[in-house]
Structures are given as C-alpha cells and as structure tokens.
Design a protein around this ligand. Structure first.
Ligand code: AMP
Ligand code: ZN
Length: 446
C-alpha cells in the first residue's frame, strides 16, 4: 500500500498518514457560505481537497468525504436585506451555482454534503453538552463558549494570549464573561431565520455548525479536517475547542490540512477586497482543465499567484500532454510510481506534473506504456478527460499569447523588467517571438 505523508497543522510537521480505521477513511472539509458566486480563490480548496479525496480513494477501500454548506449566516441575511431576495432563494440558487461551477472544474461531489439548517437539532445537542460540562453558558438569549474553561485554547493556531485578547476586544458585549468567549447560539428576531431552542428562538454561530456536522457524519474522532489557512483562526481553533470539550477523551480531527491562499497581484483574492474573478468569469475565457491545472500547479501549501498567463502556461502543458496521447494512443494504465510517489509526498503536484512531462516525452517517442501511464495520471488528477481530437477541435487558440503580452506590458509599466523579460523568454521557449513597435507589441511564430 502506498505510504501517504501529509503536513499536519496540529503538529506543524509532515507525518505519515495512518487512518483510525484502515478500512474507512473519514474526511471533513469546510465548504462555502452560500450568499454569492464563488471566486477562483474559493475554488482552490474545492480542487485541492477533491484531489486528496481522489488519492485517498485510490489507496483505501472506503472514504467518506464530507463537505458542508453553510446556509445560515449573517452574510446571507445581509444579502437578503440588501437585495430583497428571500433567504431560501439566495441559498438554493447559490448552492446550485457552486455545484455547477466546481463540477466544471472537475471536482467530484463529496460523499455527504450536509447543510447547517438541516442540523439544528445536532447543534442544540452539542451546545447543551457544553453547557452541562461547564464549557458554555447562556446569557440574554445567547450561548457563549467559555474560553477560560479550555486552557489549551489558542495553542492550535499558535496565538498568544495577548493576540487573542487584541482580537477579542473588537467583539466586546455585556453578556460575555470573558472578552474572548465566542457565540454558539444567538437570538433571532422574527424577521430573521430562527429555530426554537432551550434559550429561546435563535440561530447558531458558524463554528458550532461544523462541530455538529462533522460529529453527525464522521463521529467524535475522525482522520482529516481540511480548509484554507484563513480558517485556522478563529474558525478551526473554535471548532476544536468545542468538539474536544463536548466529547472528552475524543481527538476530533487527527490531521489538519490547510491550503494556502490564492493571490492576484500580490494580494489575497477576496470578496471584501473586490479583486476577484468568479469561477464562471474564468471558465468563459479558458478551458476548464487549464484552470484546474493552474489551481494545482503550485503546491497546496504555497501561495498561488493566479494570472491569465499562468492559465495559458497550463493550457500549453495540456496541449503537450494531449499531443503525446495523440501521437501514441494507449488505454489508461496503472498510475506510474513517479506520479503516485509525488502525490503521496504531501500532495506534491508540481512534482507530479514534472513526472507527467517526462512521461509525455517518452510517449512522443512512441512509448505506449508511458502514454497509458500519462493518461492514468491525468485521470487521477482530474485532467486529460477529453480526447486529443476533442481537445484540439476548437482550432488553435491564441488567447493565451495575448494574455501573456498584456501581463508583460503590465510588468513593464510597473518597472518589473526582470518579469517582463521572463515572460518574453517563456513565450520564445514556446515558439512565439514578440516584436515591440511604435504601435505596441505584435507576435509571430519563431
Ligand atoms: P469565504 O467565502 O471567505 O467564506 O471562503 C470560503 C472558502 O474559500 C474557505 O475555505 C476559504 O479558506 C477559501 N478561500 C477564500 N478566499 C481564498 C483565497 N483567496 N485563496 C484560497 N482559498 C480561499
Ligand atoms: Zn468549518
């Protein structure tokens, strides 16, 4: 059996992954809050954990991959108040859009996709357990987690007590015993979503939703919990505190796997900064496989700089792979050890793609085994799902060249001549010669 190593945020080390039950691997990943179209940054965790699930399924007999939908949240309420669209309509429409967008990127559905609003009973049950054991208290219709009741609080995310206090100051409220205490349940006025509870009509906080859904579908202890690095604090710190206190003696998630952020122009892509492209924006401009590959080309624990030129480079790589498959057709064979070893090495996708290029070289030279291996590797990565004929049918697309020229122009304007020269050299390596003239930059085949 292949040996998988994963970097564990909990121990801050790479560890050999050994599941609690080798017959059944259990994974939970935080899914989207459904109030708006997903951007290409939101697609990164979806694609990274899709690949991890595919790899686990290749290695273990059974995998349960749970990825939730957060369909009760103040951002959703705010959107409904602003637009007048009913909440149920916003969440249903956005969930369907999310499914369509990430399916286009080759993301397979998770085994279970729980919705927070279908787990209110579980949320109330966990909250009652926390109150009964002194880790939470009710006050003025709220229920708060008592941070001082859990001395290890902050250790997971590596926050010092000072940092925790600085963060908590933003959120002072008279009903809190300690400024760091956070909400498990809060009252809901009649015009907002709410459920009857022992503390009156109210709605859950975000963190407790994930504790309840992972418990319900995977049990008190499970194998892997995933999400973006931006969720380590406070979301995952709070999830851990809640679950470990609600289920003494349990371990909650043993491995915590976090993807780094996707950046554009040096900043994290985010809705609040407004620097985002939606998944459908980019799907309109480039083949879905090129976008998926662009999301996997950087190692998941590295920042990924997203640009049209990066997508274009992946498209050129895929052209090369498909050309090799066309030259030497072969049925998909076993995934070659070079690719499997790379993926089992903490999902080292850059190394996997390098191995695929080596296979493509051999397939170009007529090696049918290499071609079958390349196809199998592509399928494991959720790529090469097309036939070469279908892939190339659209005729030559030169959009990637225009995108690279635009990026070079931007680099020159920013006086980043090293980058501009690198883009020119990269195009030349792919057979495209740039010519700068008074009317701008044109290109021809070198
Ligand atoms: P949000 O819409 O901010 O709640 O994010 C939903 C999911 O997308 C979370 O798992 C985040 O970690 C992830 N995410 C948001 N922005 C980015 C980004 N720029 N790069 C990678 N992941 C992101
Ligand atoms: Zn979560």
């Amino acid at each position: 059996m292949a040996v998988l190593t994963l970097h564990n945020t909990l121990t801050r080390r790479r560890e050999i992954f050994v599941p609690l039950d080798p017959q059944h691997v259990r994974v939970y990943v935080c899914g989207p809050t459904v109030y708006d179209l997903a951007h290409i940054g939101n697609a990164r965790p979806a694609v990274v954990f899709d690949l991890l699930a595919r790899l686990l399924r290749r290695i273990y007999p059974r995998v349960t991959y749970v990825r939730n939908i957060t369909d009760v949240d103040d951002k959703i309420n705010a959107r409904a108040a602003a637009s007048g669209e009913p909440i149920a309509s916003i969440t249903a429409r956005t969930t369907a859009d999310y499914h369509a967008d990430i399916a286009a990127l080759g993301v397979l559905p998770p085994d279970v996709e729980p919705r927070a609003t279908s787990h209110i009973t579980d949320i109330i049950a966990i909250t009652e357990r926390l109150i009964a054991s002194g880790h939470a208290y009710a006050a003025e219709g709220h229920v708060l987690f008592s941070v001082p009741s859990y001395p290890a609080y902050g250790r997971f995310s590596g926050r010092s007590p000072d940092e925790l206090l600085a963060g908590a100051r933003v959120d002072v409220a008279p009903y809190k015993r300690d400024p760091a205490d956070f909400v498990l349940w809060k009252p809901s006025p009649p015009d907002l979503p709410g459920w009857d509870s022992p503390w009156g009509r109210g709605r859950p906080g975000w963190h407790i939703e994930c504790s309840a859904m992972s418990w319900k579908h995977l049990g008190e202890s499970f194998d892997i919990h995933g999400g973006g690095t931006d969720l380590i604090f406070p979301h995952h710190e709070n999830e851990r505190a809640q679950s470990l206190c609600a289920f003494p003696g349990s371990r909650f998630a043993r491995f915590w796997v976090h993807n780094e952020m996707l950046n554009v122009g040096g900043a994290k892509m985010s809705k609040s900064l407004g620097n985002f492209f939606t998944i459908r924006d980019v799907l309109a401009k480039a083949p879905a496989e090129a976008i998926r590959m662009a999301l996997l080309r950087a190692h998941y624990r590295s920042i990924l700089d997203y640009s049209p030129a990066a997508v274009a480079a992946c498209r050129a790589d895929l052209d090369r792979f498909y050309r090799a498959l066309e030259r030497t057709p072969a049925p998909a064979d076993a995934v070659p050890a070079s690719v499997m070893d790379a993926l089992c090495d903490d999902l080292n996708t850059p190394a996997a793609f390098a191995a695929m290029h080596a296979l493509a070289d051999r397939a170009m030279g007529g090696d049918a085994a290499a071609s079958g291996g390349l196809l199998a590797a592509g399928r494991l990565l959720g790529l090469l799902g097309s036939t070469p004929a279908a892939w190339f049918r659209g005729g030559e697309d030169t959009g990637w060249i225009d995108a690279a020229i635009a990026e070079r122009l931007a680099a020159r304007k920013a006086r980043d001549f090293a980058r501009a020269d690198a883009i020119r050299a990269d195009l030349l390596a792919r057979g495209v010669l740039l010519e700068d003239g008074p009317g701008g930059t044109t290109w021809r085949r070198a």
